[in-house]
Design a protein around this ligand. Sequence first.
Ligand code: SF4
Ligand code: SF4
Ligand code: SF4
Length: 317
Amino acid sequence: MATLTVSKEEEKRVKALGFLSNKGTDNFSARLITVNGKITAAQQKCIAEAAEKFGNGNITFTTRLTVEVQGIPFDKIEEFRAFVAKEGLMTGGTGSIVRPVVSCKGTTCQYGLIDTFALSEKIHERFFLGYHEVKLPHKFKIAVGGCPNNCVKPNLNDIGIIGQRIPNFDEDECNGCKKCSVEKACPMKAAKVVDGLLEINKDVCNNCGRCIGTCHFDALESGTTGYKIYIGGRWGKSIAIGKELDKIFTSEEEALDVIEKAILLYREQGKTGERFSQTIERLGFENVQKQLLSNDLLERRQEIIDASLHVTGGATC
Ligand code: SF4
Ligand code: SF4
Ligand code: SF4
């Protein structure tokens, strides 16, 4: 086995920059942030060139939409970073901080109810970059899904957003048809004609919007765009399914504010080493929800950020 020359301190330092030690060697994998899983052709070329120039030619894709270039010698790390920066690419995504955002392809997907790439880019700017220096008790993962099909499993993230289309049913236009086309279109079996009038069971309806425009009598012509938010999910050594907030947010800004409040709450009230799901469990979901729906955390934003907390967080990868 080759003699390793990179010290543990140096290994730790470059890990924070997104360079992960290739076990048993002095080489590293560079983790490149794709913002939301979407990169340009020029960026792809740049990554391919960098893999040949600095690494062993291999490029791997992580489950959270980052790209890793393997086999980079320690002394080539800075050169590698400068090379990829020419195409606007950065390395990182490790540690007890807000992690790279994961997004589904809702922008182009036929089921997409929101522009997931645009929203996740905003989340990247505001929270991945904006909170980069803000230490948290552990890692904090955010995912954006375009519809209730949940392809990126938003509810298994610390915070997950799901696009919604809340059907606007006009009961004055409903004729209570024997064969209701809305009922037929609903994949959740939430819509049903009862006593001559369509009823949508709100406990079953997942706001997929598939029924909109299916009534020939114009009783269901439109829907309101919304954002469902799940908090406290995780999938790893331990598993927790995120719980949805009672409110469905109808403004993007409001949804983004909830993310910020969740990060602030986790920083202020989370214990070093615990995941957000454990913080929620300890504080109680209703307590956390109340704080996320009020403005106190945002009003104390600077105070929470300036506090000396979680100097050594709990994340090990
Ligand atoms: S979650 Fe919905 S919008 Fe996103 S990729 Fe899956 S089906 Fe498409
Ligand atoms: S919603 Fe439309 S299709 Fe369904 S019962 Fe009412 S009028 Fe008929
Ligand atoms: S929004 Fe989706 S789940 Fe709700 S009633 Fe319409 S089709 Fe059914």
